[in-house]
Design a protein around this ligand. Structure first.
Ligand code: PGA
Length: 252
């Protein structure tokens, strides 16, 4: 019932030429892949070339962030209207690096989520605890807060496209991965929170992705648990072969 989704988060990597080299190599590798929804989230300057390269394919293009307003005097920002205009379909919201380095909060996540839904962009809302929070037994408190505030005031009927990515901060770019059991437990908890804040029906249909050092050799063990509906992949998505291997491993 929930279509698996595997998304690439390229962060601040790849020029347009490098992005084109990626899609040239990658698209033939996933041409027959129908089971999984594939999304590439390049930097803003590579959105145009990746959109052109993927036109007519099943690969979707998303932004790594956006402002919640349609336009205004916000130097450096990109609006949902601009993303719509070029054909981007997805957007990452509240990635932990945005929270850590660019002061994003659960409140700005909420504003961005409402805006993305209003503009028909598929929002991928990122949540996850820091190492100290897990070690002190506060993981569920943190997830509850992020989901409750991040999703507050959302009309459940308008949230059918919602995607959540559970990315424990201690697992991002560190080579440390949550065990499948840790991930599945967190996903189950997140789904229960979504049921409370939105509705049980939306919770049941919301895709919850795992992110944090997903690689070709651990993708299969992380993809196929009851509550895990795909992956958000950073480092290993930069290489076309390794990203295609992750998709193949998750689509069995
Ligand atoms: P990673 O990054 O796969 O390099 O750990 C994941 C992410 O930050 O989305």
């Amino acid at each position: 019932m929930r279509k698996p989704l595997i998304a690439a988060n390229w962060k601040m990597y790849k020029t347009p030429a490098e992005s084109t080299a990626f899609t040239d190599a990658f698209l033939p590798l996933v041409a027959s892949q129908k089971k999984t929804e594939i999304v590439l989230c390049p930097s803003m300057t590579s959105l145009a070339v990746t959109l052109a390269a993927t036109k007519g394919t099943d690969v979707h293009i998303g932004a790594q962030t956006m402002h919640w307003l349609d336009n205004g005097a916000y130097t450096g920002e990109t609006s949902p209207i601009m993303l719509n205009a070029i054909g981007a379909t997805h957007v990452l919201i509240g990635h932990s690096e945005r929270r850590q380095y660019f002061n994003e909060t659960d409140e700005t996540v909420n504003l961005k989520l409402k805006s993305a839904l209003a503009h028909n962009l598929v929002p991928i809302v990122c949540v996850g605890e820091h190492k100290a929070e897990r070690e002190s037994g506060h993981t569920n408190d943190v997830l509850k807060q992020q989901i409750t505030v991040g999703l507050q005031g959302i009309d459940p009927a308008a949230a059918t496209s919602l995607v959540v990515a559970y990315e424990p901060v201690w697992a991002i770019g560190t080579g440390l991965t949550a065990t499948p059991q840790i991930a599945d437990d967190a996903h189950k908890f997140i789904r229960a929170q979504i049921a409370e804040v939105l509705s049980p029906a939306i919770a049941a249909s919301t895709r919850i992705l795992y992110g944090g050092s997903v690689k070709p050799d651990n993708a299969a063990s992380l993809c196929c648990l009851e509550n895990i509906d795909g992956a958000l992949v950073g480092g290993a998505s930069l290489d076309p072969t390794s990203f295609a291997q992750i998709i193949a491993a998750s689509s069995i």
